[in-house]
Design a protein around this ligand. Structure first.
Ligand code: SAH
Ligand code: MG
Length: 195
């Protein structure tokens, strides 16, 4: 398992695939253990790295969505190598196209930064009452906090979108978010009544 994970880290680096940073994924693993999480929805599988790491040593189920076909196929291969086919289901589609009936204890948002509000609005109905939404990359390599230094227009637009999502979370009456400077910035969002 350690070897497979190391190979995936190398593959991700070589192919510029933004898998979770190690302290971020360790935070998630810890959260899953401490909060007795058993069903997770992940938006943004990439090659299956975070899905596999969440499942190793945790008896949980993960449904994960990836729109890119190459990455989807790579994820299936890796999940098979890890013998986690019974725990991880990968859906090859755009998350905004699919409807799920199931409820989850944790929804992990780690996909296109420009769509975070849409993902949140769409999938909050799939969140168990005591569930949590965890969002990755809220610091966007530190850029969300130093907007004026960004030269590239696309990057600036993305940073604006992430900042809009952060504002959306901060101003949400139904949910309360705690922000952590872990990995590339993580938000942990729970229903207000569950404080
Ligand atoms: N969670 C992974 C990394 C995900 S990278 C890990 O840590 O190992 C983000 C992925 O989200 C990319 O592979 C991208 O193709 C996918 N993605 C982006 N927008 C998406 C969408 N709307 N629906 C499904 N997948 C999406
Ligand atoms: Mg990420």
């Amino acid at each position: 398992m350690v070897q497979l994970l190391e190979e995936m880290e190398v593959y991700a680096k070589e192919n510029k695939i933004p898998i979770m940073l190690s302290d971020g994924i360790e935070f998630l693993e810890q959260y899953i253990k401490e909060n007795k999480i058993s069903k997770i929805l992940e938006i943004g599988t990439a090659i299956g790295y975070s899905a596999i790491r969440m499942c190793v040593n945790n008896n949980i189920k993960v449904v994960t969505i990836e729109r890119d076909n190459e990455r989807y196929k790579e994820a299936l291969k890796n999940i098979k190598k890890a013998s986690l086919e019974n725990q991880i289901t990968v859906i090859n589609d755009d998350a905004l196209n699919i409807e799920l009936e199931e409820k989850f204890d944790l929804i992990f948002i780690d996909a296109a930064k420009s769509q975070y509000i849409k993902f949140f609005e769409k999938f909050k109905k799939n969140l168990n009452y005591n569930g949590v939404v965890i969002s990755d990359n809220l610091n966007f390599h530190g850029l969300t906090k130093q907007k004026e230094r960004i030269q590239n227009r696309n990057t600036r637009q993305l940073v604006n979108k992430i900042n809009k999502y952060i504002e959306f979370l901060k101003n949400n009456n139904e949910f309360k978010t705690t922000f952590y400077d872990i990995g590339d910035g993580i938000g942990v969002t729970r229903r207000v009544e569950n404080e």
